[in-house]
Structure formats: C-alpha cells, structure tokens
Design a protein around this ligand. Structure first.
Ligand SMILES: C[S@@+](CC[C@H](N)C(=O)[O-])C[C@H]1O[C@@H](n2cnc3c(N)ncnc32)[C@H](O)[C@@H]1O
Length: 479
C-alpha cells in the first residue's frame, strides 16, 4: 500500500499541478543542458533551450550494451601512444603477461592517459551515449526513485546523495532541477560525486552550476554549492572517502560496467585466466595463464554462487572483484547508516560469459587496438551483486533486477512523455519520441522512417535496475 501510495504521489506530483506532498515537483529547464532540448511541463516557452542541438535522430549514437566478439588480436602498426608504451613496459618489466583486469583498469583510468581522464567521451561528438544524455526524463525518474526512498526513510533532515561515476553530471542535474520545488528533499541533500577523472569532475562542476563559496578563512574552507537546488557538492576518488554517519542514497548508473573484469576460459587443464601479452613483434595478444592466478579465488567464489547447470553451459566466465568489493562497501554502509542504492546497467542476472567490448566513436573496435582511445566495458553480473551484498550485511535487502523499461514505466515515464509532447513543436516531439524509445523500447524503433542504420535502438530490456536498501526502509519503489 505504502509503495503504491508513494508512487502515485510522486508521479502525480511530477505530472499534474494538484497540491500533493510532492506536488510541486516540476522540471525547470536550462539553456546549457546537454540534452537536445530541455522541456518543462509548464514553463515550456520560457525555459526552452534557445539553440537546441540537433535531435538525436540525426546522429548515430551507440550505447554500450551490444555484445561484441572481437578478433583475437590486432597487428595494426602505428606509433605507440604513451599509454601503449606504458602497458608494454609493464609486461616487459614484469617478464610476463598482465590480467585483462589490469589492462582494463590502465586503459580506462591510468591517471595520465586513461580513456576517461582527459576528455568528454559522451554523446554524438564522443564515443558512446548513456541514458541521462538521451533524455532529461531519465534523471527525473531516478529523482522520483530517490524521493520515494527518502520518504520511506522518514524524510531525514540530512542525507548523503552519492553518485558513482557521474560522467557529465547530467543525471544529477536533471534530478535536482526536477526536485527543486520539493524543498524538504533538496535541502536535506549533501551531494558526493565519486569520480576519478579530473576532466569529468570539471564538467560535472559546470553542469551542476556549482559556485565555490569561501568558508570565511580564505581558501582553507572552500565549499561548492550547486545553484540548481542550493545543495552542497563535493568530489571524491572512491566511495570510502565519502563521509559516513548519515543515511545515504547511492546511484550507480553505468558505473559497474567500467570496473575491471578478469576473464577465465575453460581449457583442458580446467579454468585458465586470459591474459594480455606481447607478440615477438611487440603487438598485444591474448594468452591463457598456464597456472592458477590470484583472481582464481574470486572465480571460485563466483562459481559457488552459481547452479551446476548454469556452470555447465559456459566455457568463459568474467568475474569482477572490484564490483564485489564495491557492493560490499555499499551494503555495509547502508546497513549501518540507512538508505539505499540503485544500480542501473546493462548486464545479466547470472554468470557473464564473454562480454568485454571496446567502443570508439560509436563503433565497436578490437579490445587490443590502440588502448586508451576506446572505451572498454563489460556486462554487469547482477546475481553476483545480490550475493555480494547479502554476504556481508544482514541489515540490507536486495530487490530486482527488473528491466529499465519496467523501472521507468512504473515510475511514470509514460505520463511524463505525454505531458511533454503536448507542449512541443514537431522537431522536439520527434526528439522526445526517439529519446523515450531509446530509454524504454526493445529493439529498433517501429516508428522510424529515416535510414535503417540510424534507427534508434531501445535500451529498455538490455539495461537492468537493482536496488540494495536497509531493511528498515521496506521494499523500495518500484520493486
Ligand atoms: C560509462 S561512464 C557513466 C557516466 C554516467 N553515469 C552516465 O550514465 O552518463 C563511467 C563513469 O565512471 C567514471 N569512472 C570509471 N571508473 C572509475 C573508478 N574506478 N572510480 C571512479 N570513477 C570511475 C568515469 O570517469 C565516468 O564518469
């Protein structure tokens, strides 16, 4: 009952003008938004972006959920980048191959040359697209989820709102704009951005429209505040650095898929770890480890969580120790401080076999080709997240996964898109329909009349949502 009431209150609050507890929640748009156009229910004309970017339908933009089977290795010869030299040096000085996880971690987050570290990789001009960049409705719906949880938590006066891997900061910007009229909620928030990339931290600062205030004694106590809702914002490299002691809401959208995976392959001698090595002419190639590796412990743990039949079907397994450790940190924190986490990503509710993929400029490329110039990501093993959380804390419960389509649908995205469609011109309507399809659709959009290769492909069933909450909060909306 409570869940239904909360959900009705939240969606009606967003999409109607009736004075409910969350009734004044409305989207305020911004001219510097990264979306095609920010559209608000009732301030449409006033707030509409003056110079809307071309609709998403005019560009090919790839999300990262398609499975890809790369060729074994690349022979392409080119002048080595600094990161390639660095990787080759690690392999040479160690006198042997490195794990796929080490390779992935260096490629993505090497402090000097990692893929994420120095630039904006999102959107049509970047390498891939994510849901918050597709439509403002995504951040708004996650905002409704967060507000419902906050209500279930008893509307605490102070809450940590943590986003892991916030990219451009678009999701939180849309969440704050959408929630800006629910003052009790926004005034309770202390936002913590867990972001490893200095370049993206800067972009997040801009997109959250942050200002830096002096704490009174010069530079010593500088405080950032997002002017979107007057909330304090701070940045951290890891979740461990976020202060404990307050109830916490954690959002991890397309964060887990960037965590490094170890790959194992069934060989005649049993499971062997796949490694990255160098050929005689100094190209990267995959090899199999002849003996057990330290990550085999995590493989054993993962296999214990699987059914015999499930294991019998696979000849490759990916395990992600960092995902297990992160989930356990989340579960411990929520178990003690209260609150909950939302994980949305592409993945499976079971063992992930061989999903690591590389994307550069919206095209799949070889994983070993020019590392650092393409994104690497892997399917998320939601079953492992559930087991990891339950293993460390008896005070949390895990809900889902459900499809992104079910998640957004239950939170009221259909009402939101209808309300927005009533107030826009044809070009904006096209963009909204496309964005909506990409968020909740399955396969290629049936309404599409443009070139086949540009048909928007729905992320609605390939992306899954899961929530970990303190048991005191009950079952989170909309699970
Ligand atoms: C795929 S992007 C997702 C961005 C955003 N959540 C979105 O959906 O648009 C991954 C994000 O996680 C950050 N990231 C990747 N690995 C990280 C790590 N180990 N620690 C902190 N941030 C990391 C990246 O810099 C980036 O912001």
């Amino acid at each position: 009952m409570l869940r239904r009431a909360l959900l009705q209150a939240s969606t009606r609050g967003l999409f109607s003008s009736s004075p409910l507890s969350l009734a004044s929640l409305r989207q305020c748009s911004s001219s510097s938004s990264s979306h095609n156009s920010q559209i608000s229910n009732d301030h449409f004309v006033e707030h509409l972006d003056d110079t809307p970017q071309p609709p998403a339908t005019a560009t090919i933009s790839i999300d990262r959920s398609s499975l890809y089977h790369p060729p074994e290795h690349s022979h392409e010869s080119s002048a080595d980048s600094e990161l390639v030299k660095h990787l080759k040096n690690i392999i040479k000085f160690r006198g042997g191959p490195i794990t796929v996880a080490e390779y992935m971690e260096e490629v993505l987050t090497n402090p000097k040359d990692g893929f994420y570290m120095n630039r904006d990789v999102f959107g049509a001009g970047g390498d891939f697209i994510t849901s918050p960049e597709v439509s403002q409705m995504f951040g708004e719906m996650v905002g409704i989820w967060a507000m419902c949880l906050w209500e279930q938590m008893g509307q605490p006066k102070r809450v940590n709102l943590v986003e892991l891997g916030p990219g451009r900061g678009t999701l939180l910007a849309d969440l704050l704009r959408g929630a800006s009229k629910i003052k009790n909620f926004t005034e309770s928030l202390e936002i913590h951005m867990v972001e490893v990339s200095p370049a993206l931290q800067k972009l997040q600062y801009q997109n959250l429209k942050c200002v830096t205030e002096d704490g009174g004694d010069g530079n010593a106590n500088k405080r950032c505040v997002s002017t979107l809702a007057g909330t304090p914002v701070s940045w951290h490299a890891t979740l461990e650095q976020v202060p404990t002691g307050l109830p916490t809401i954690i959002i991890a959208h397309e964060f887990y898929d960037a965590l490094p995976v170890h790959q194992f392959q069934k060989a005649s001698r049993g499971w062997s770890e796949k490694m990255v090595d160098l050929t005689e002419n100094s190209s990267f190639r995959f090899v199999l480890s002849p003996q057990p590796t330290p990550a085999s412990l995590y493989l054993m743990k993962r296999c214990k969580w699987a059914e015999t039949e499930e294991l019998a079907k696979v000849s490759h397994i990916e395990v992600c120790p960092k995902a297990i450790d992160l989930t356990q940190e989340i579960a411990n924190r929520i178990g003690i401080d209260g609150g909950g986490a939302l994980v949305i990503d592409y993945g499976l509710n079971g063992i992930v076999s061989d999903s690591l993929q590389a994307i550069r400029k919206h095209k799949f490329v070889d994983i070993l080709d020019n590392p650092g110039s393409a994104d690497l990501s892997a399917y998320v093993d939601f079953a492992a997240i559930k087991h990891s959380a339950e293993e460390v804390s008896e005070d949390v419960s895990v809900h889902g996964p459900m499809t992104q389509s079910q998640f957004l649908g239950s939170l009221g995205i259909n009402f939101r898109v209808e309300a927005l469609l009533e107030k826009c011109n044809e070009e904006q309507a096209e963009s909204l329909r496309t964005g909506y399809w990409r968020l909740v659709g399955d396969g290629e959009a049936p309404f599409w009349e443009g070139p086949d290769e540009q048909a928007p492909v729905g992320m609605g069933t390939r992306y899954l949502a899961m929530s970990i909450v303190n048991k005191k909060q009950g079952v989170p909306v909309p699970f």
